[in-house]
Design a protein around this ligand. Structure first.
Ligand SMILES: Cc1cc2nc3c(=O)[nH]c(=O)nc-3n(C[C@H](O)[C@H](O)[C@H](O)COP(=O)(O)O)c2cc1C
Length: 340
């Protein structure tokens, strides 16, 4: 998809019943379609491919605040923070347990490249929760409020927070946290419509998401389980959320964003288009990472791009043994182009 086609996509009327563009503290996100933060995946190549297909805002993966606050130039997260001139607008997501470190990291990143600072208060991973970050903050709302206040005071760029419905089915922490965000001057929130106990499985609960949407006046971006136009339409009609964030549905499938813009009958990519995008993804990953690391990371992405191909199982088996970029290129050409 070239620049002209992207322009056509972005100026098309929405097939989804959005109320209008999403406005986040003066930043317009139009169409209101967002690529999620995805640790180990949503580096700039995946973000750029999602943008080409219509995502109007992309999130970095979560970045630990402490090393960035100490010394941005030496932070381990430098790969996650790398970007591209066309990778805009970009929300950089921070996580950490301490208000002072989060505020300092946010201040540095907002002066550097972040168009939006996002705070992660929804990560369920045990190590993160045990460190007092991510979902742990949903169980310590006074500390969550203190963090939001400190970061709000530290940055002028729009501030967003991403969290879940609550800890468990019977908890209402998400609703409380949404109110806190609004009171502390957060510009928009993303709510993953599952609980910490659910993790990443099970149905998202759109009733509880709708309750949050109707309680606060700041925009709510809905997230959870969006894999098709129908899923997004269902979420939007049920909740009235202001924007939609896609996570796993975009793995190997940036075209989901064009489907969400154009409607359920949008033709999917041809095998040749999938090959072209997989090879471009590889090329950009080689621009970002050393070759071995790029190949290792691309093994996951190529598996997702190959979903549904007649010989996808064979391709995945062969992929596991590959270390060199040339081998990956040959494999894509053999299975995607010659094999079809
Ligand atoms: C591999 C992986 C990495 C993720 N990394 C992050 C992250 O860095 N920050 C975050 O807020 N959420 C992260 N998430 C959660 C997603 O952003 C999203 O909230 C969740 O997957 C639900 O959306 P989905 O059902 O569309 O996948 C991650 C999810 C997955 C599967």
């Amino acid at each position: 998809m070239g620049k002209d086609e992207r322009h056509d996509l972005l100026t098309m009327p929405y097939a989804l019943p959005f109320a209008g563009p999403l406005s986040i503290g003066g930043l317009t996100v139009d169409p209101p379609l967002v690529l999620a933060p995805l640790a180990g995946l949503s580096s700039w190549p995946m973000r750029m491919l999602s943008r080409r297909c219509g995502a109007a805002l992309c999130f970095s993966e979560m970045v630990a605040a402490a090393p960035v606050a100490r010394n941005l130039a030496q932070a381990d997260a430098l790969y996650a923070l790398r970007t591209h001139p066309d990778d805009r607008p970009l929300a950089i997501q921070l996580f950490g347990p301490r208000a002072d470190e989060l505020a300092e990291a946010a201040r540095k990143l907002s002066a550097f490249e972040a168009d939006i600072i996002d705070l992660n208060m929804g990560c369920p991973v045990r190590k993160v929760v045990h460190s007092g970050s991510g979902c742990a903050l949903m169980r310590d709302l006074p500390r969550a409020a203190a963090i939001i206040r400190a970061v709000r005071a530290a940055v002028k760029v729009p501030l967003t927070v991403k969290f879940r419905l609550g800890w468990a089915q019977d908890g209402n922490e998400g609703l409380e946290l949404a109110r806190i965000c609004e009171a502390e001057g957060v510009d928009a929130i993303t709510v993953h419509a599952r609980t910490r106990v659910q993790g990443f499985a099970g149905d998202p609960d759109f009733d509880r998401l709708a309750e949050i949407v109707s309680t606060v006046k700041i925009p709510v971006i809905g997230n959870g389980g969006i894999k098709s136009f129908r899923d997004a339409e269902h979420m939007l009609r049920h909740t009235g959320c202001a924007g939609i964030m896609v996570a796993r549905g975009a793995r190997g499938n940036p075209w989901i964003f064009s489907e969400l813009i154009q409607g359920p009958n949008t033709p999917g990519p041809t095998v040749a288009e999938r090959a072209e995008v997989a090879l471009l993804h590889l090329q950009w990953m080689l621009d970002l990472f050393p070759p071995r690391k790029a190949v290792l990371e691309m093994r996951k992405h190529i598996s997702w791009y190959s979903k549904g191909l007649p010989l996808a199982c064979d391709l995945r088996r062969e992929l596991q043994g590959l270390c060199e970029p040339e081998q990956v290129r040959d494999l894509v050409e053999r299975y995607f182009i010659e094999g079809n």
